[in-house]
Design a protein around this ligand. Sequence first.
Ligand code: GLC
Length: 435
Amino acid sequence: MVKELSKAAYQILQKNWKNGFTIPTSKLYPFQWNWDSGFTSIGFSHFNLDYAIQELQSLFSGQWENGMVPHIIFHSEKETTYFPNYDFWNANVNAGAPNKPKTSGITQPAVHGFVLENLLNKFPDNEKLLAFTKDIFPKIVKSHRWFYQYRDPKREGLTFIYHPWESGRDNSPLWDESMDRTIVNKDELPNYTRRDTSIMAADERPTSYQYDRYVYLLELGKKYKYDEQGIFEESPFLIQDTLMNAVLIKSNQSLINIGKRLGLDVKEIEEWQQQAKPRYIEKLWNTDLETFTVFDLRGEHAVLHKEIGGLSALYAEIPNMDQAQKMNQYLWDLHQRGFFICPSFDVDSILFDSKRYWRGPIWPQMNWMIYHGLEAYGYYDTSKIVQSDLIKLVSQLGFYEYFESQKELVPHLKTGYGGSDFSWTAACTIDLLME
Ligand code: GLC
């Protein structure tokens, strides 16, 4: 079973490989996505280390002069089936955006530090990988520096996002209040046509109300030439996100580990880390909810929901033992109550929707991170369930983008949700099967 499933997964990665990089899935996402390609690289490394390396190289070919790694790299300018395409982003209003490849103007979770460490742990003596590490290490450090320099103007040790797409969790209910605060005057919004809902079922996708606001925030970025200061002052959406910061902290740690191993200077990274980790606990832990919550900088309050980003702190080993124990208990209870773990949003909230994208389903790459987090704390019973739940879903429903989280509904389903033959689903399955 393991052999067959990982073979099928590898075939998907090969199918989605476009001569130097991997698309998440054909039709819906026909370019290279930032954090997707990190997980894909890990998946590829089991079969083809060259591709794993090239995947990251291609991504960083889109890095901006200021250090930002964009969330989409449009390697082909001929592919016109996606909205918003490179011309709509018009990233070149920023003088530091590359002309080729074209890119979007926002970022995504900074997975690349921990991805690199994952590859190095697998192939500690591989000459090609070591040479690649020396080349990419300063680029990853530069991308972290960008976060702390431009996305943390008050020097708190916590970075902000100004667009839901940056969080990787596009339509999470976490953003609802900020979306409502974003007043959109339809006459001032450029005309646009969504492509996603002509490819996917509309009830699995963000609503048009949300899409108008995504476009509004994109326009806001463009208006300021994607320069953070103006955006920070004006954006109605301004969030210190649990997942973004946890991933950054995890990758900081990986860079420190790699740097020490290879005799590289890590002082600056250690300074970021010394501030970020305690600040994360201090500002984002919520005693009543027993989880980490995102902070709305514009509204100046914590957003009181339990959801998957808070749990990702386990992967960065941020929680103390008591906090980790509470988070583990929460996941264990969900398991006992008949849910696959980990649902992306609080199953007891009226906003929970087990089908609609980031409002409740299971996401493979989140399971991958939380599996490793639980292992790090020694919660092996729960980690094994997180691992086997994903493998069960993939075996029964295929390599889809995301999955139903209510166990009782799965026997009535023929497939998962969203895009099929999905790269990070294949990649995370391979890696979890090999554990
Ligand atoms: C969606 C997801 C995002 C992902 C992208 C490509 O926008 O929300 O996390 O990176 O699709 O798969």
